[in-house]
Design a protein around this ligand. Sequence first.
Ligand code: SAM
Ligand code: DTB
Ligand code: SF4
Length: 347
Amino acid sequence: MSETPSPHSFGPNSFGPFASATELGAIRHDWSVTEIRAIHDMPLLDLVHRAGTVHRMHNDPADIQRAALLSIKTGGCPEDCAYCPQSAHHKGTALPRERLMPVETVLKEAAAAKANGAHRFCMGAAWRQPKDGPEFDAVLAMVRGVRGLGMEACVTLGMLTPAQAGRLAEAGLTSYNHNLDTGPDFYGDIISTRTYEDRLKTLENVRAAGIGVCCGGIVGMGEGVTDRAQMLQVLANHAPHPESVPINALVAVAGTPLEDRPAVDPLDLVRMCATARIVMPKARVRLSAGRKSLTREAQILCFLAGANSIFYGERLLTTANNEADDDAALLRDIGITVHEPVLAAAE
Ligand code: SAM
Ligand code: DTB
Ligand code: SF4
């Protein structure tokens, strides 16, 4: 037997910072940043094991959701988010400002995504907030159309008023994506044109309208681990928890102020997915932007740690995503059934 005590906790009744397995899978809204950091910083194998345990207490591990993304209105955004190639403040990105896509084009894309096996269709617009009028009406028609195809519909349009959230709910919107991006202390280093409070207010409007909340953030912008833990604390202390939590790795786009940020260590993403899973046991933890730079094995570690959704399809909003064929093969290789709807539709 080794004389050095193991840094890992082991044995049938060993749950690290948790007194029992029950406590480990508890749905709580009173997390402290210290507790979340302690979870995040556990020895990696313990962390992944515990996150996997919580995952299986609350979710079917074979259920990995595939969400397709489409930028329905690209570029020229008045906000100054330092990571974003669509901000009009970053003159170096050379992304042209485009108009809102026609409803029919969007619905064709949604039908194609469905045929390729996507469960959810997410539409993003580079707006500070939607203006009431024909463009917002067109977005409502897109939501109705996507729901009519039998898919979940998600949009991300910037800040929303309670009335706009109500109209989106009436149109059948499943979920609204509005990220906190990072913890409150680091936030001001990344965005100056809208506050953390503004973001929280929009989330409140979405929740009050009865729409699902999709809210997460980005790792790799220069934040510390405490900033990551703070963001998870804000999310986990919302009651109810967000239904989905995208964990993005920064895609460092040339021409943005973050273009030179070094690549995120894939194990940081594993830790982030695992910690999100433990503090929000039932949420869809979505392994989001930046997945293209992960090996298959790193992605599998994220799934073991409780990630249960991916963006599926060759584009994110303006940058490339993993090839759909590679994703289908990855999921098949780990025993997740991906149907072949393109072939099925042709029969
Ligand atoms: N304009 C809307 C808004 O910000 O509310 C919606 C679109 S915005 C592109 C949606 C989210 O994508 C951002 O909040 C951010 O978390 C993520 N994102 C944008 N650019 C990214 C990048 N370069 N790398 C990683 N995530 C990014
Ligand atoms: C989210 O958290 N990530 C997605 C989605 N929500 C809208 C967007 C990722 C964008 C990555 C950079 C781009 O392709 O423009
Ligand atoms: Fe605009 Fe959204 Fe990009 Fe910020 S993240 S610049 S709000 S499109």
